[in-house]
Design a protein around this ligand. Structure first.
Ligand code: AMP
Ligand code: MG
Length: 371
């Protein structure tokens, strides 16, 4: 079997990959601009290596074709839209773009996958090259006046065009979720039923971990430690959008990568949103939409997007939870959690993370501070 480029087999907990017996095996590789880990439970080494190789190659391919900044299919689609012409789109990408447009409508435009030109104005398309100044109000207003959005795409079978050349498709807020759905489908096709795929902190669980549910930690925005954990049911995805993940520094200020489509400015009122759902694509888009909607629209967006489990941390450190999430989350009292946050945590739950539960923490749903 060809060795996977760049993967690391973690031996600490998941040893015995060399034995032909079913065992736990973990792969790590870099794809989609982030760290990806694939943990397979009770699999044979042969089954595991075939699945990991397929997954890594699928994600490498998506890295070219699903992002507007890399030469590939989405770049060609955007070039066609910008020139006012029509172009054929592959079935899966068309499906994801159509769903992005549906979520744009359902979220009342808080999620908008047609704002690639706004992202460019803010210099968020190339984080290695910070702009000297924030974009001018006039440029932002001129772009927003053209009402860019995935809803302005026109479909003719699998061919797409747009009624506005100001639309530039940016699937950054939904792609990882869609690719978690695809990755899980790929694993199931390989006969794998117990696994976790973690795409830079957004993760999906299938099956069980040694007959128990996978225990997933949710990271404190301010530290690497979990503030809370929950036990994920098979098929559930846990996604976190945060204003601390990606940002551009202009002058002495940081501007987050999540933009409010109505003002054209980066979101400041919300620190992070975590969503749990069986539809990974929806969870991803919803977390981004709820970052934009903030605490004020938390309930309305949960309802509109059919989200039962969500947690929002606003800029003052206050937490907003759905009743479903409140019932499932176990909060951690930990030195890394800010005092304000900790006070809130105690009022919600005073359960402590004991040594025993810490061992059962299978995966932490957090994103690196810089990616
Ligand atoms: P996420 O980390 O899933 O919240 O996605 C953030 C990414 O989605 C950004 O890097 C942009 O590419 C894109 N994005 C930013 N603002 C929005 C928005 N309001 N709606 C949809 N996508 C957005
Ligand atoms: Mg998202």
């Amino acid at each position: 079997m060809r060795r996977l480029p760049g993967y690391v087999l973690s031996l600490a907990l998941f040893c015995a990959a060399c034995s032909p017996q079913p065992n736990d095996i973990r792969y790590e590789f870099f794809a989609l601009g982030t760290d990806v880990s694939l943990t397979l439970y009770a699999v044979t080494p042969q089954q595991a290596s075939v699945a990991a190789e397929l997954l890594e190659s699928y994600y490498a391919d998506a890295g070219h074709h699903w992002y507007p900044w890399a030469p590939g299919e989405l770049q060609s689609i955007n070039a066609a839209i910008a020139s006012g012409s029509k172009i054929a789109v592959s079935a899966r990408l068309a499906d994801v773009i159509r769903r992005a447009a549906e979520i744009e409508a359902a979220s009342n435009g808080r999620f908008n996958a047609g704002l690639g030109l706004l992202t460019e104005l803010w210099g968020l398309d190339d984080l290695s090259n910070s702009p000297d100044a924030i974009p001018s109000y006039a440029d932002i207003a001129a772009l927003l006046a053209q009402q860019p959005g995935a809803r302005r795409l026109l479909w003719d079978g699998n061919r797409v065009s747009s009624e506005s050349t100001s639309v530039k498709i940016d699937l950054g807020g939904i792609a990882k979720g869609a690719l978690l759905d695809d990755g899980i489908a790929l694993l199931r096709q390989q006969g794998i039923n117990n696994a976790i795929i973690n795409l830079g902190g957004d993760l999906t669980v299938i099956g069980n971990v040694h007959e128990r549910r996978a225990r997933v930690g949710i990271r404190a925005p301010t530290a690497d430690s979990p503030i809370a954990f929950l036990d994920a049911a098979s098929g559930e995805t846990i996604v976190t959008s945060g204003n601390y993940e990606r940002f551009v520094e202009i002058g002495d200020r940081r501007y987050t990568h999540i933009l409010d489509p109505s003002s054209g400015f980066p979101v400041t009122h919300t620190v992070s949103v975590t969503v749990v759902h069986e539809d990974a694509l929806l969870a991803d888009a919803a977390a981004t939409a709820m970052m934009v909607g903030g605490a004020d629209e938390f309930d309305a967006l949960c309802k509109a997007l059919d989200i039962d489990y969500a947690l929002l941390i606003d800029a003052s450190g206050d937490m907003h939870l759905t009743s479903g999430m409140r019932a499932r989350l176990h909060f951690v009292s930990d030195g890394h959690v800010t005092r304000r946050l900790r006070e809130r945590l105690h009022s919600i739950s005073d359960r402590r993370l004991t040594g025993g539960t810490r061992e059962r923490l299978h995966s932490i749903a957090y994103k690196p501070l810089f990616n």
